[in-house]
Write a protein that binds this ligand. Structure first.
Ligand code: ADP
Ligand code: ASP
Ligand code: MG
Length: 482
């Protein structure tokens, strides 16, 4: 059984939906198709919801009209009258439910996280209807399923955590029988349901994660992530013109890349696949014949494979007076960060200086609030707390190399030559990523320099100059989210 996931650009309009449907039907049955909202729709839904909450009815209406246009164009592209009518009825029903939710937000005068999740779910729900209709239009039996009846989560709206057992039971009960009837089952990415039944979301870009969640729940043989780049590349091709496709990468390496900012995979995507040893393949809907990248258990090769950057972070340092206080202060800091819901992306400790360094996600109130909060927590240790914002983590990823002392030397040399200050560095023997914190303004220069030194200088040139040029031209496009 194959799970194929199509991202926003791959279902951006009628033509792209048809191409993705064609790609799906080239895979043997049984198959599950996971869809994102059409490109831009999630952002428009959020805009509509925020505007409704602040009483800007006109802005909200305008965003909704744009969404109607995008979905309407896919409906109009359906060839068979019966499918067109059926899709129109289902899409109208979803749009009406969207209007009802926007009206409820307007009445509340504010946008709750619960309402926000319900609103954004209409993007994926509409696309699942449209993709199933497109498949049937082309002669393939298909049914759509909304994942807020399948994927069980907790109630952390906006970034819910998975309930694996509940999800597996639902998937086996609802999706399996449809597959057994020979139908292609189209499932919404990104969404799930809390224990009280409310719709939740898995975090922005979460449809990749949905694909591996469903792959694991249905014991898939392979999960395919179809997107707008021909695989996992050695760097974001929008930022590094010389980035090249990595044919094979290990779960651990992919996990590190995703964690440190490679948007091609949602950070949680790999976990469900690892648990069941399911290969994950990343492929392009624009170049469907290319082999892409396969992610499996085993690493291949021993160099640095990719360089990535995670931006928008805060760097927190805590200096304690006495070395014996390190553990107590660290316990206080972690507990405060945990209860504030802040993710620690990086932690380092230099015991000779009695200093701890943490790089954390942006938190409400930024550095100013975080410094005061942590200062209060470690007050009894007479600790000095500093906080720097606009920090980035740069990761050089490759199982064979990252744990090697020589690599850290080359990394620091390269950054030093470029005049890029290193705020902190993290290397451990068995690590598959070598990570440095740098000022965010220097992140792009750091990625370019490290890619040149650690990837381009050590591996053969990419396949064709033509493909490089195409990627180079992508550099001019704005970064797209949702
Ligand atoms: P989708 O809508 O299909 O989920 P995304 O925009 O979320 O697609 O992810 C694909 C994008 O990820 C690419 O267009 C590319 O700019 C970006 N990206 C960042 N880092 C990498 C990388 N190392 N390899 C490939 N793509 C990357
Ligand atoms: N549509 C959602 C988003 O824009 C989920 C996804 O694209 O994976 O974040
Ligand atoms: Mg994505």
């Amino acid at each position: 059984m194959i799970v194929l996931k199509f991202g926003g650009t791959s279902v951006a309009n009628a033509e792209r939906v048809r191409e993705s449907a064609r790609i799906a039907t080239m895979q043997p049955n049984p198959r599950v198709v996971v869809v994102s909202a059409a490109s831009g729709v999630t952002n428009l839904l959020l805009e509509a919801a925020r505007a409704a909450g602040s009483g800007s009815t006109r802005t909200s209406r305008r965003a909704v009209e744009t969404i109607h246009g995008i979905h309407g164009q896919v409906v109009d592209g359906l060839g068979r009258d019966d499918e067109r009518h059926r899709a129109r009825t289902e899409i109208d029903r979803l749009h009406a439910a969207l209007d009802d939710t926007l009206a409820a937000i307007a009445r509340d005068g504010e946008l709750s996280a619960r309402h926000s999740d319900r609103i954004v779910s209409f993007g994926e729900k509409s696309m699942s209807v449209l993709m199933a209709a497109t498949l049937r239009d082309g002669g393939t039996p298909a049914a759509h399923v909304f994942a807020d009846t399948i994927v069980g989560t907790d109630d952390r709206h906006g970034g819910a955590r998975l309930d694996r057992a509940r999800t597996r039971a639902n998937a086996q009960a609802v999706i399996r029988p449809l597959l057994d009837e020979g139908r292609t089952v189209v499932v919404t990415g990104f969404i799930g349901h809390a224990p009280d039944g409310a719709t939740t979301t898995l975090g922005r870009g979460g449809s990749d994660y949905s694909a591996t969640i469903l792959g694991a729940a249905l014991d898939a043989d392979e999960v395919q992530i179809w997107t707008d780049v021909p695989g996992v590349l050695s760097a974001d091709p929008r930022k590094v013109a010389g980035a090249r496709v990595i044919p094979q990468i290990s779960y651990e390496e992919a996990q590190e890349l995703a964690h440190f900012g490679a948007k091609v995979l949602h950070p949680r995507t790999i976990r469900p696949a690892v648990a069941r040893g399911i290969p994950v393949r990343i492929l392009s809907t624009y170049e469907a014949d290319k082999p892409g990248t396969v992610v499996t258990r085993e690493p291949l090769g021993d160099g640095i494979k990719a360089v990535t950057a995670l931006t928008g972070l805060l760097l927190l340092t805590i200096d304690v007076q006495e070395i014996e206080d390190l553990a107590g202060a660290a316990a206080g800091v972690f507990s405060a960060l945990h209860s504030d819901g802040a993710e620690v992306a990086f932690a380092a400790q230099a015991s000779s200086r009695r200093r701890m360094t943490y790089v954390v996600d942006q938190v409400t109130g930024g550095c100013e609030r975080l410094r005061l909060r942590i200062q209060a927590v470690v007050e009894e240790f007479e600790a000095d707390v500093t906080c720097t914002d606009e920090v980035a983590l740069i990761a050089a990823v490759g199982a064979g190399a990252a744990g090697h002392p020589a690599t850290i030397g080359r990394m620091l040399d390269t950054l030093g030559r470029e005049g890029i200050p290193v705020l902190a560095i993290n290397q451990q023997d068995a690590n598959v990523a070598l990570v440095a914190a740098v000022p965010e303004t220097q992140a792009q220069a750091a990625v370019l320099a490290l890619h040149r030194e650690l990837v381009e200088a050590t591996t053969p040139a990419p396949v064709t100059t033509q493909r490089r040029r195409r990627r180079g031209s992508l550099l001019d496009e704005p970064i797209r989210v949702g």
